[in-house]
Design a protein around this ligand. Structure first.
Ligand SMILES: [Mn+2]
Length: 481
């Protein structure tokens, strides 16, 4: 009988003692919830456990018990071993002193003597016998911890537990469930199997809260399309075990710092819309951060806010001016028929079907990079929607300006949402009959009607080539979790 990855993981954990748990940089609720809960369970099993992330845990998660157990300045094994052969002598005393920036090790023999030939050197062996990577599509996503300790990942078996479609199966055992809404959801089953083999119950109210945190944040409170009946089932079990659901909701969704509110307001006021390519986007530059006093991680959640404020759009983008001339992009799509990770891949990124991200740095300033990215996303959409070749040029720009939403209009349109669905839908609808026989395409925006050239279905070979070239140019990886 073939053992399932779950059973293999349970067996491996049982037989190993020094376990490293590691999750992706820019640790989020799912990464934290899964890493911390597993850390607690394995510690209770009597294992020597280290839990690590490359970046500090955002303040918003401070309400989670034992959050300080996640190490953020991990150095791995840097031991240097000096060996002395004792076959011609016996050691009596061992001393050391520090002199002129040097360590002198003084070995006094009981009998015989030591010579230069008796000395040898070695690198310290790895202090872990098992590595568990959580919520990461590939090892690069682990950030500096991986970059500075790459050897470590070849010195012990690696278990890879994740739910990203772009997972590269880098582990010796890979438990990758792309239909799972979160890594925490997958982990609950593993922990329950460990409970069985250990004949102990591990999931107390704290551990249940950590795991529920992962499920709630990765589904955006069960609002994201990745939410499945299983997500609800597992969440219900966890609440039954004492998970503090209301505390998570209050801390994550109902407690916002003033700076966060200001940053959200500023970003939402800059919302842009392109009804032809069905795009909505906004951006956060360095001024937005300094004016509002917000930290970069306070932009978490804005993309979901953009989504709920952008009726009719298909692709939602948020651009961030990261340090050192790097542009970070988050992508959401409103339908499973548009693959967000495919868009992210244009820029060397990746992620899920409806939530993805990327980072690029090409020497241009933020606004130039942003314009470049938009151009490529528009091209992607134009191809999908069979739009005419020049749809991203003058005519569309004009439309874009006409329909740019002000906050007032956004509020109005979301108020109308319940009462008047058809009116809302009409905002960005493209007359689909144009795909067939009609010579012209009609764009409806409210009462306005604008004609554009007939839809084009065949993509030029040269376009394909250009795209391939630009893909390989931008290899700066970053993925949404
Ligand atoms: Mn996740």
């Amino acid at each position: 009988m073939k053992t399932t990855p779950q059973q293999q993981i349970v067996n491996l954990i049982k037989n190993k003692e020094k376990i490293l748990i590691i999750t992706h940089r820019k640790i989020d609720g799912d990464a934290l919830g899964s890493a911390l809960s597993l850390y607690k369970v394995l510690s209770e099993m009597g294992k020597e456990v280290t839990a690590v992330s490359s970046d500090p845990v955002p303040e918003m998660f401070n309400f989670i018990p034992d959050v300080e157990s996640i190490e953020t300045n991990f150095h791995g094994s840097q031991d240097f071993i000096i060996s002395l052969d004792c076959k011609d002598a016996e050691v009596d005393k061992l001393k050391y002193n520090l002199e002129d920036g040097k360590v002198n090790i003084i070995v006094s023999p009981l009998y015989g003597s030591f010579a230069e030939k008796d000395v040898s050197f070695a690198k310290g062996s790895n202090q872990f016998d098992l590595i568990i990577v959580l919520d990461s599509a590939d090892l690069e996503q682990l950030g500096t911890v991986y970059e500075k300790n790459t050897d470590l990942f070849f010195s012990a078996p690696v278990i890879n537990i994740d739910h990203h479609a772009s997972n590269t199966f880098f582990g010796n055992i890979n438990l990758v469930e792309i239909t799972a809404a979160s890594t925490s959801e997958i982990l609950v089953e593993i922990i329950q199997k460990l409970e069985k083999t250990e004949n102990k119950s591990f999931i107390d109210d704290d551990i249940a809260t950590m795991l529920l945190l992962g499920i709630i944040t990765d589904t955006n409170s069960f609002q994201n399309p990745n939410t499945t009946p299983k997500s609800f089932d597992v969440a219900a079990d966890l609440i039954d075990l004492g998970a503090r659901q209301q505390e998570i909701i209050r801390q994550i969704y109902k407690t916002k710092k003033l700076s966060t509110l200001k940053l959200w307001g500023q970003t939402l006021s800059k919302i842009q819309i392109d009804p032809v390519h069905r795009l909505v986007w906004s951006s956060i530059n360095k001024n937005d951060l300094s004016e509002t006093g917000a930290k970069p991680d306070e932009s978490e959640g804005i993309i979901d806010e953009l989504m709920s404020n952008a009726p009719g759009a298909e692709v939602i983008l948020l651009f961030k001016d990261n340090q050192n001339g790097m542009l970070g992009g988050s992508i959401r799509t409103t339908s499973a028929s548009i693959d967000a990770s495919q868009i992210a891949q244009i820029f060397g990124g990746g992620g899920h079907l409806q939530a993805a991200g990327f980072k690029i740095k090409n020497g241009q300033d933020f606004e130039e990079q942003l314009a470049d990215v938009l151009k490529k996303v528009k091209k992607f959409q134009a191809k999908r929607l069979n739009l005419p070749e020049n749809s991203s040029k003058s005519k569309v720009t004009k439309i874009t300006h006409e329909v740019e939403l002000t906050d007032e209009k956004i509020q109005k349109s979301s108020k109308q949402e319940d009462k008047n669905l058809t009116k809302k839908d009409a905002v960005l609808e493209v007359d689909k009959t144009s795909k067939k026989e009609k010579k012209s395409q009609t764009l409806n925006f409210g009462n306005k009607k604008t004609s554009t050239k007939p839809a084009k279905k065949v993509m030029h070979v040269s376009e394909k080539l250009t795209e391939k070239v630009s893909n390989s140019e931008e290899k700066n990886k970053s993925k949404e979790n």
